[in-house]
Write a new protein. Structure first.
Length: 639
């Protein structure tokens, strides 16, 4: 019990050590950047002041470098070319680079929570990182708004760097959800279990936190689950509860190595791990960071054969370009170093055009590939501006692509969690080609992406440009230079462009207390609108998109309640003709549909209440997660 209380107190101290802005007087001067007032810095019992202001970025305090280093007695050198400050104290050397979270301590690469920065021609460095790596301690008094630094000089350790530990020269690669990391330390396997330094969880996962409690203890918080690890001990604390385990953390190369499987298995929503020992590549997928929507539970049983939706139409002005052919990229298909996978020649009389671009490709080229979205302005006089470019992308091994690519894309799109693309806000002069987004795809991996972009014509109403999805087998190749026509159509996978990225339908009105009704969406008859014949581009062939990849499908469900009583409506979704998964927005929330099998399983949405004597319309919006023609049926009934 005493041990649990100590861990809890340590966790509280760590929580307050992030210097929260809202408790101190502050002035916003940028994104997550504040000028701090009323914060006191005390070094070894004496208050220190600075000519320049104290800053806070993402809840971490930064101090003016020169004054801070002078106050703590560190020597510093500045490399103007690399923008790196090297400071030395107590036998330790700390290298910090402007605007980079990569740092070095005693020659070993590490990461800093907030990057050093320039403000009004002064270099600012993170207070806690610098102090603790010079063997100091930092505490934060929330009530007094005071930082206390305890830092002493060791006469036996002059201001010269120590010799770093030696490490293997071969590099391990860690994939942490969306991040691809070339590690400075190796992945280590002991007794069949995999270990990595804790710092990678802290650096590459949002809202993760790490804190070295002592020379042997390390606190790690991932997905709101708190761990305290002790080197070479089989006792791990999870949310304050002691557990004896067979996976034992340890210290190596100056880092705390933690057991990956234990962490993932302890999380509420879990995740998945894959380790390719031959290539020293570790894949960690943590569901808490992949999905925003709520997962629906499977129900088991069969539902009656549904009718087809009466009719369906394309809706909206955002068109759709699909690049999914060839889906599998091989050297027999891609015989040159560069190629165009899909192309859409746009000619518009409007000053604004909205596009959505969907891609799905698997790399079996026996080499890495760069894939990108480019726009070539073929107008002679009209400059283009990318008024908006945002999207989502996922890369995975080719063994669970619907779950690790399709479902996260659908979830991100319906939740509005799209990230700004590199081409957002750029201008493209007549004759220029520029990259809107690019992806590095390792051999054997699958890529899925969905990007929305708005193109404005600045010098008149007419726009004339070419959107391409291009590929290069060489890193040094510029994607902007790829102007070839697309590769010839190879198979039945989709490729083409269509005038809308949304399909809409309305079901017949359902009257409460009547029998269950079901309607089949994506049925290839009443809603087969994305045919090869209807494609807006046919250069070297177009393939139909019966599975509605990259599209949203809006369904209105009118409900009438002629009774005087409040009634409860139930909506179920079932597969038809093949396995189905996707995401659905319903009643203001996004829900994830796990794989449902026809005649075996289905999912049920939360109950919908309709008042007596009223009519209402339930609105559904679905996006498929990948697969074949993806038929899905919507069933309506009264509880």
């Amino acid at each position: 019990m005493l041990r649990i209380l100590v861990v809890s107190l340590v966790s509280l101290i760590a929580l307050f050590s992030t210097f929260q802005n809202e408790a101190a007087a502050s002035t916003a001067i940028g994104k997550n950047l504040y000028l701090m007032k009323g914060v006191t810095i005390e070094l070894n019992g004496e208050k220190i002041t600075f000519d320049d202001p104290i800053l806070s970025k993402s809840n971490y305090l930064l101090l003016p470098m020169r004054d801070f280093y002078e106050a703590i007695g560190a020597t510093v050198t500045w490399n103007k070319k690399s923008q790196t400050a090297s400071s030395i104290k107590n036998g330790h050397i700390v290298d910090l680079t402007i605007n980079s979270k990569k740092a070095k301590v005693d020659g070993k690469s590490t990461f800093v929570q907030v990057a050093p920065m320039l403000y009004k021609n002064s270099t600012y460095v993170p207070l806690r990182f610098v102090s603790e790596n010079f063997d100091g301690t930092v505490t934060w008094n929330q009530k007094q708004q005071k930082v206390t630094i305890a830092l002493t000089d060791d006469p036996d350790l002059p201001n010269t760097p120590t010799v770093p530990d030696s490490k293997p020269t071969n590099k391990s690669i860690l994939h942490m959800n969306d991040s691809r990391i070339i590690m400075d330390e190796p992945i280590i396997t002991r007794n069949g279990r995999t270990y990595v330094p804790a710092k990678y969880f802290v650096t590459y996962l949002e809202n993760a936190y790490g804190n070295k409690l002592s020379n042997t203890e390390y606190e790690l918080t991932v997905a709101e689950t708190n761990f305290v690890f002790t080197n070479d001990s089989n006792r791990i604390y999870v949310d304050g509860q002691s557990m004896e385990v067979s996976e034992i953390p340890f210290s190596q190369y100056g880092e705390t190595y933690v057991p990956v499987h234990f962490i993932i298995n302890s999380l509420t929503n879990g995740g998945r791990i894959q380790y390719n020992r031959a290539n020293e590549e570790l894949y960690i997928y943590i569901n808490e960071y992949i999905f925003s929507g709520k997962k629906l539970d499977l129900s088991y049983g069969s539902l009656k054969v549904p009718e087809l939706v009466p009719t369906a139409t394309l809706e909206g002005t955002r068109d759709l370009l699909v690049s999914d052919n060839p889906e599998t990229l091989t050297s027999s298909h891609i015989t040159t170093d560069t190629t165009t996978l899909a192309q859409y020649n746009v000619q518009t009389t409007s000053s604004k055009k909205e596009h959505s671009i969907f891609g799905w490709h698997l790399n079996y080229l026996n080499t890495k590939a760069k894939i990108g979205i480019t726009i070539q302005n073929v107008s002679e006089s009209n400059t283009l501006e990318i008024a908006k470019a945002e999207g989502a992308s996922k890369i995975s091994l080719n063994n669970s692509i619907k779950y690790e690519i399709g479902l996260p894309l659908a979830d991100a799109y319906l939740n509005g969690n799209l990230r700004t693309s590199q081409g957002d806000g750029i201008q493209i002069a007549p004759g220029e080609t520029k990259v809107i987004e690019s992806y590095l795809l390792d051999e054997g991996k699958a890529l899925g992406f969905l990007t929305d972009l708005d193109v404005h014509s600045l010098n008149g109403a007419n726009g004339e440009y070419i959107i391409r999805v291009v590929l290069s087998k060489k890193d040094e190749d510029n994607l902007e230079e790829i102007h070839s026509e697309p590769i010839s159509l190879l198979n039945q996978h989709p490729r083409g462009a269509w005038p809308s990225s949304t399909i809409a339908t309305s079901l017949p009105t359902y009257t409460v207390d009547s029998a269950q009704v079901g309607y089949n969406l994506s049925n290839g008859k009443t809603d087969y609108l994305l045919t090869a014949e209807n494609s807006l581009t046919n250069i070297n062939g177009a393939g139909g998109n019966p599975g509605h990849f990259g599209m949203t499908y809006k369904v209105n469900v009118p409900v009438s309640n002629p009774s005087t009583e409040e009634k409860v409506i139930k909506i179920k979704l079932a597969g038809r003709g093949g396995q189905y998964s996707g995401a659905i927005r319903y009643n203001g929330e996004v829900y994830l549909i796990p794989t449902i099998k026809p005649g075996v399983s289905y999912v049920e949405l939360p109950e919908y209440v309709i008042s007596g004597g009223s009519d209402d319309t339930i609105q559904l919006e679905l996006m498929h997660a990948g697969g074949g023609n993806l038929p899905v049926a919507v069933y309506v009934e009264t509880k």
